[in-house]
Design a protein around this ligand. Structure first.
Ligand code: SDX
Length: 428
């Protein structure tokens, strides 16, 4: 391939350099386009063909179903690493040594208490509030109690903001759940590991000693790893663009949580369970829902299917599907929902509508089955996605700020009214 892209507009030819990544992806660098062409820009709704940045963090190949964090295959990380190791590698560039990991966790534990006034904010929410709205609000509110976290100009300040949110976010997640359940807003124990402590804070009953179930701990660790990053998805792009105005890390994360909430994005894991429940209530009539999904006049989509980038199996869905089987078996749970999910998957994988559009199960299709087996309420599923995605958001935000990227400000093509005279209200 030549190393220059040529664009012909009328009689003029414009040349633009290529950018080539370490996995041989190629982009046309058009940063001089508008100036060189005296005003011509590109337009690409949903940015399906547009790169927003160069990044060293995550590589995915949608055609081949490949996902790697910092060069490590997701299959290896899910099998051999734990969530905190993966978080460290995403944020700082490589898997930690034992010493690095021990110091990282010690620094996080030192920041794992939140100001008690946060409870007043939680108390102001109705019990019916969706946990994602509560979590987004609390994450932004953290800035008020940690104003210095906005300043990340030095490496030390950046590190302090990072360990602060990694320490405090699990408390907000647990308290968001417990508020809905009418349980006391407690802390866990710094004698536990990161994921065990999350479980204790979420599930501990006030009148009994909490014992960590290793099956659930391993499954949760794996799920959090699988959700940890996914390059420039909707919520990560949100975190990066909000941070590009030099808004603080916590405010940027709060915006990312709001973006993740949408049912086309992270909210899909909740929507999948609600869909599977509806099919079960409907006598397991999967064919009716397949028909709805294919009907252009019906807004219904097969939730947990399709992906902007994966046009093959989502590698995370493959791992989660196996884990769902194992967890339910190990916990001795028979969940008819899993059988309905498998039936739906088989039907879709043999249906031309899905095959032609390369619609495969994505990360959200099976994850909710495991969360439910863990006793997590369906409204909390996307909160668990946010807990997993936190290190990825942090890593991407840190990369954007460290690279001193410019403020994000896309252009547009105006299609409204041309200049017209003002008309007084009496004459309208
Ligand atoms: C996540 O980007 C990421 O990396 C996200 C994520 C991450 O880790 O951050 O992977 C997490 O968000 C996973 C996706 C979770 N969302 C869902 O499961 C919701 C259901 N899926 C769809 O809404 C959809 O597939 C999207 C939003 C995921 C992707 O949509 P695109 O890329 O914009 O594709 P599209 O809407 O242009 O669809 C192409 C065609 C259309 O049909 P035609 O117009 O060509 O006839 O496929 C159809 C769509 O109608 N289609 C579906 C479908 N998904 C796409 N039809 C029925 N059911 C579906 N689920």
């Amino acid at each position: 391939m030549a190393d220059i892209a040529k664009l012909q507009i009328g009689e003029d030819t414009f040349e633009f350099p290529f950018v080539k990544g370490t996995e041989n992806e190629v982009a046309i660098d058009i940063k001089t386009l508008r100036g060189a062409t005296k005003g011509v820009i590109t337009i690409d709704p949903g940015y399906k063909n547009t790169g927003s940045c160069k990044s060293d963090i995550t590589f995915l190949d949608g055609e081949k179903g490949i996902l790697r964090y910092r060069g490590y295959a997701i299959e290896d990380l899910a099998e051999k690493a734990d969530f905190l190791e993966v978080a460290y590698s995403l944020i700082f560039g490589d898997l930690p040594s034992t010493e690095q990991l021990d110091k990282f966790y010690a620094d996080i534990k030192a920041q794992s208490v939140v100001d008690d006034d946060i409870k007043k904010i939680i108390d102001a929410f109705p019990k019916t509030a969706h946990p994602m709205g509560v979590l987004s609000s609390l994450t932004s509110a953290l800035t008020a109690f940690n104003p210095s976290s906005v300043n990340v100009d030095s490496e030390e300040d950046m590190y302090n903001s990072i360990v602060k949110i990694l320490g405090k976010f699990p408390v907000l997640v647990a308290w968001t759940l417990r508020k809905k359940q009418g349980l006391p807003l407690n802390y866990g124990s710094t004698s536990l590991g990161y994921v065990e402590n999350v479980m204790k804070m979420m599930f501990e009953k006030p009148n009994e000693e909490y014992v960590v179930n290793p099956i659930i701990k391993d499954a949760l660790d794996k799920l959090l790893i699988l959700h940890a990053d996914h390059e420039q998805n909707c919520s990560t792009s949100t975190v990066r663009i909000v941070g590009s105005s030099h808004a603080g890390l916590f405010a940027s994360l709060s915006a990312g949580i709001s973006a993740l909430w949408g049912p086309l994005h992270g909210g899909a894991n909740q929507a999948v369970l609600e869909m599977l429940e509806a099919i079960k209530e409907d006598g397991g009539d999967t064919k009716k829902y397949m028909a709805k999904a294919k009907d252009k006049n019906d807004p219904f989509r097969l939730m947990g299917f399709g992906h902007r980038v994966y046009k093959n199996f989502d590698p995370r869905a493959k791992i989660i599907k196996v884990a769902a089987d194992e967890v339910l078996k190990d916990l001795g749970i028979q969940d008819p929902i899993l059988d309905i999910a498998r039936g739906l998957e088989q039907e879709a994988l043999n249906d031309p509508y899905f095959v032609d559009r390369k619609l495969y199960p994505n990360v959200d299709f099976y994850s909710g089955i495991i969360y439910r087996a863990m006793g997590i309420p369906v409204e909390m599923f996307t909160v668990m996605f946010a807990l997993g995605r936190l290190p990825g958001w942090i890593a991407q935000w840190k990369e954007m700020r460290s690279n001193k990227e410019p403020i994000g400000r896309p252009r547009q093509i105006y299609t409204g009214e041309n200049l017209r005279d003002f008309v007084e209200i009496e004459k309208r």
